[in-house]
Design a protein around this ligand. Structure first.
Ligand SMILES: *Cc1c(COP(=O)(O)O)cnc(C)c1O
Length: 398
């Protein structure tokens, strides 16, 4: 791989080369779980090394490896390890980092299953889990004590689209001797490269923009070779969350058009965000590319693409509007997930989420309400013609 390549070239070529035997131009799908080995290959992964040939697909697989190299290239990272899903990636990282008694600091609003893991399992494992509104750097500074081992943030965070200043967060974590991981799923490698801003690990749910077509689950962690190697040798192999080579092959194909798709996601989302901002039934639109976003200055500084995610709150009854959307929408799918070529919209009522998932104190609740009020529609703007998406919304408002 050429180090001077730019995003589109990296997305297409990084990690891939014509097959040396057949000359095949596009990646081979290698489904084999085991590989013919020499007698010198160790049976335990403890003796495994990156230079070793492929042994067993849970340890590493040629198609999965091609995807890892492509993601590492896009993140400008020395290495990456792919896993079965974004949650498998989060879990593999947690298993690598935590020890009973450690203090971990997590953003108070993160992907729901991450939040629920922290509320329950991390606490049950004997960790001191501190939740903080990571957009508030003073709050973050107070929370990250010298006992803190790990700080985990998401920017923009799911579902609020609230941002954290990664550079500042990395400094705060490092001053205390902690590592910083950043879930960059909403931003993608095109908008923000957290490692270049000082983060130690970047995580993606590959299921979202990087695959881009809604047909494969996957996850990845990128970082320095020294930090990724033990995750591969211990967490991946022991927790077993290996990515299927078939999914890796689909995600490789999706990733090739990531830069092109992100340009169009951003353009479509901006047009639709402006339409929604002018709609009489809409109370508030949150999109990092709008001057009305409470952190627009940070968004401009930290994001080189504003991505395709927006949220909006309606003036009337959100639940009634959700039923109406689910019944009437024809182009947009009323469905969870995000980052697909298809537009996806889903209602997130604040009260229910605050009860099940996000346990906030008074200041954190005020920040939540500023972004989400009584409930928001999370809208993953797809690649359809924006006028068709707008017409679909128009005929579905109450
Ligand atoms: C979807 C998502 C995850 C989890 O990823 P899966 O691939 O569904 O396991 C983690 N973080 C963010 C921000 C997500 O949107």
């Amino acid at each position: 791989m050429e180090t001077s390549w730019h995003d589109h070239t990296l997305a297409i070529h990084a990690g891939e080369a014509p097959d040396p035997v057949t000359g095949a131009s596009s990646p081979n799908l290698v489904m084999s779980t085991t590989f013919a080995a020499g007698a010198d290959i160790a049976f335990s992964a403890e003796a495994a090394s990156q230079e070793m040939p492929f042994v067993y697909t849970r340890w590493g697989n040629p198609t999965v490896r091609q995807l890892e190299q492509k993601i590492a290239a896009l993140e400008h990272a020395p290495d990456a390890v792919a896993l079965a899903s974004g949650m498998a990636a989060f879990f593999a990282l947690a298993m690598q980092l935590i020890r009973s008694g450690d203090r971990v600091v997590l953003s108070d609003v993160t992907y729901a299953a991450v939040s629920e893991t922290a509320n329950e399992w991390l606490v049950n494992l004997g960790l001191e889990v501190v939740r903080v509104d990571a957009s508030d750097l003073d709050a973050l500074r107070r929370a990250v004590t010298p006992q803190t081992k790990w700080v985990h943030i998401e920017t923009p965070c799911n579902p609020l689209l609230r941002l954290t200043d990664i550079k500042e967060a990395a400094q705060i974590a490092h001053r205390a001797g902690a590592v910083l991981s950043v879930d960059s799923t909403f931003a993608t490698s095109l908008a923000t490269r957290p490692l270049e801003l000082g983060a130690d690990y970047v995580i993606h749910s590959l299921t979202k923009y990087i695959c881009g077509h809604g047909d494969a689950l996957g996850g990845v962690i990128a970082g320095s070779a020294e930090l990724i190697e033990p995750i591969r040798r211990k967490s991946l192999i022991r927790t077993g969350g290996a990515l299927s080579p078939f999914n890796a092959w689909l995600i490789l194909r999706g990733a090739a058009t990531l830069p092109l798709r992100m340009k169009q996601h951003e353009a479509n989302a901006l047009q639709i965000a402006r339409y929604l901002e002018g709609h009489p039934a809409v109370k508030r639109v949150i999109y990092p590319g709008l001057a009305s976003h409470p952190q627009y200055e940070l968004a401009k500084r930290q994001m080189h693409n504003f991505s395709g995610m927006l949220t909006f709150e309606v003036k009337g009854d959100g639940i009634a509007q959700a039923y109406r959307f689910a019944e009437k929408l024809r182009v947009i799918h009323y469905a969870v997930s995000l980052g697909h070529h298809r537009s996806l919209l889903f209602y997130l009522p604040s009260q229910a989420l605050l009860a099940t998932t996000f346990h906030l104190d008074a200041a954190q609740l005020a920040s939540w309400k500023k972004f989400a009020g009584e409930g928001i529609f999370r809208f993953s703007v797809g690649l359809e013609d924006p006028e068709d998406v707008i017409a679909d919304l128009e005929q579905s408002f109450l």
